[in-house]
Write a protein that binds this ligand. Structure first.
Ligand code: FES
Length: 173
């Protein structure tokens, strides 16, 4: 029998990542279907699921890394990169669309120089499409850093964003 090639050394986890992983596994490793709640613990603690935690998660739950990755990517809630400093979630559901969400989304993309569904390169803003914020009768609605806002028009969006302290985007030229 020949010796198998050594597997590449895993990326080291930061102390915070190690602590969050230990916490998640201590609570959920022995539970049937524990992977999902463990992922929630990681995301709640760190803001995202660090890719370096995949090998430990796979081993703990008796799955392959591909299976763990599949679960993470299946649920839009889970992030694989650190969140931006500020998050703007724009409702894209039907009732808000009927009340101008599309134009508001375009305005937000222009003001923040960021495309919906992405994080700006300087990591200060992320722009997310959300399906409904429960404010359908008073759309268009958005969530800015966890705070809901209803009946947002162009002027109000500009004021809301201007009130968030962010450095200007560096010019790429
Ligand atoms: S449709 Fe936008 S809040 Fe419900």
């Amino acid at each position: 029998m020949t010796a198998s090639a050594p597997s590449p050394s895993p990326t080291p986890l930061s102390p915070a990542e190690t602590q969050a992983l230990d916490q998640a596994l201590a609570h959920w490793q022995a539970e049937p279907g524990g992977l999902l709640p463990a992922l929630h613990v990681l995301q709640d603690e760190l803001g995202f699921i660090p890719p370096a935690t995949l090998p430990a998660l796979a081993q703990a739950f008796g799955l392959s890394r591909a299976e763990v990755h599949g679960v993470i990517t299946y649920y839009h809630h889970f992030r694989q990169t650190p969140p931006a400093h500020h998050c703007l979630g724009l409702c894209q559901a039907e009732a808000c669309q009927a009340r101008g969400a599309r134009a508001l989304t375009q305005q937000a993309q222009d003001l923040l120089q960021c495309t919906l569904g992405h994080t700006r390169s300087d990591h200060h803003w992320q722009l997310e499409a959300v399906s409904c914020l429960g404010l359908c009768a008073s759309g268009p609605a958005l969530m800015l850093d966890g705070t809901l806002h209803a009946q947002v028009d162009a002027q109000r969006l500009q004021a809301l964003l201007a009130a968030v302290p962010t450095p200007p985007m560096e010019s790429s030229s």
